[in-house]
Design a protein around this ligand. Sequence first.
Ligand SMILES: Cc1cc2nc3c(=O)[nH]c(=O)nc-3n(C[C@H](O)[C@H](O)[C@H](O)COP(=O)(O)O)c2cc1C
Length: 437
Amino acid sequence: MPDKRFHLGWFMNFTPDEWREPFAQGGLPWDGQFYIEMAQTLERGCFDYIMIEDKLMVSDTYGGSTEAGLRTGMMAPKHDPVPLAVAMGMATSRLGIVATMSTLGYPPFLMARLSSTIDSLTKGRFGWNVVTSAEDLAARNFGLDKLPPRELRYAMADEYMEVMDKLFDSWDEGAVVLDRKKGVYADYKKVHPIHHEGQFFKVRGPLNTVRCPQGRPVYVQAGASPRGRDFAAKHADSIVSIANGVQGMKEFREDIRARAAGFGRNPDDIKILYCVTPTLGETEEDAHAKQKRMLESPNFIEDILVSISAITDIDFSKYPLDEPLPGRLVTNGEQGSLDKFQNYGSGKTLRELVVDGAGGLVSSVELVGTPEQVAARMGEVMEHVGGDGFLITTPVLRVSRRYLVEVVDGLVPALQRRGLARTSYAHEMLRDNLREF
Ligand SMILES: Cc1cc2nc3c(=O)[nH]c(=O)nc-3n(C[C@H](O)[C@H](O)[C@H](O)COP(=O)(O)O)c2cc1C
């Protein structure tokens, strides 16, 4: 029988958990415990990885003020994903843990050292979501007046990755000898300086951490523009994407695979996970009613507009809700997310853009129904697209325990019964699990 299994990830961030709804958790997850339990729950569902989104600012783009963002708790407060990743990793044994860190924020040496250390702490389950940052406000927290243009950001990021790879390889396999008789811990002949001098970075090396279990952490990336797709196709082990419908998913995958082959890579080494926001119910009617309640909630539209404003540097409060946008909007920030959202040419009003997507900013394809129905639909979609899996989340990323249980104890078993999801982990390390099928 052909192996029809696909991969599952979860997309979240270290912001308040769901705190406004009837099944809210409290909104104060700052000791990390809520998210640590979340990671354990996902491991029960044999997810490949949990991915922690991150941004480096308190946005004041929407309405020209931080008021709406802070009032709703959308996008801020947002705590650092890295210590949380470590805590999650220490409380699990198979789940991959992916943290977002921006090339804007860390010099390559610190990035390599930090990721290598976490990969060792998690015994080879660490992934780095490689982002270049996409907001002028973030740039202004790092000594810049505004974000460098996209081309330059990616050119810098390409060299950044070159330095990272050199640093990870600065310790050969077998450099740690641990010969007690001879009194040798590490063989100095197997630890090399890298002497990197490029256009943007100058790094001597070697790393002062041992070679990490995966050699280098798993690289996750989300490039969406042509330049971003090249970057992702060149470097990533896993690409996360928000696509427009089944056809958009298929086109994106074919495009990425062609680009990867062009870079001399085996396209099967890249697992593309598409964002979805399943709405699950006891019955189909129940699921649709639930979705309707969410879409009609006064919070929903504002939450979405605050988020899209923050990641595009465009103030969406200035556009009338019941009119189409004035034309195709362009940003130096997350153009891919903006294009998905604005659905240019559809003639939809702003309100319809928010509501019709049903999953808000992060839904590639609509999934509403009973666990059995949604599992069946996911299977059909993957068959049409060709692979490689889904990145589950909610429209605004926040979660409650109830939603987690619906997915992990409802949807995942339904997928497993259909032979669409793994029932146990075959490997200990994240890259091996990604390449299992
Ligand atoms: C699923 C997904 C997750 C992302 N996570 C982050 C993130 O955590 N931090 C960030 O700054 N950008 C994030 N991005 C933005 C991407 O890194 C990228 O900037 C965006 O997709 C636009 O692509 P482009 O740079 O090729 O235009 C994410 C994008 C997607 C689709």
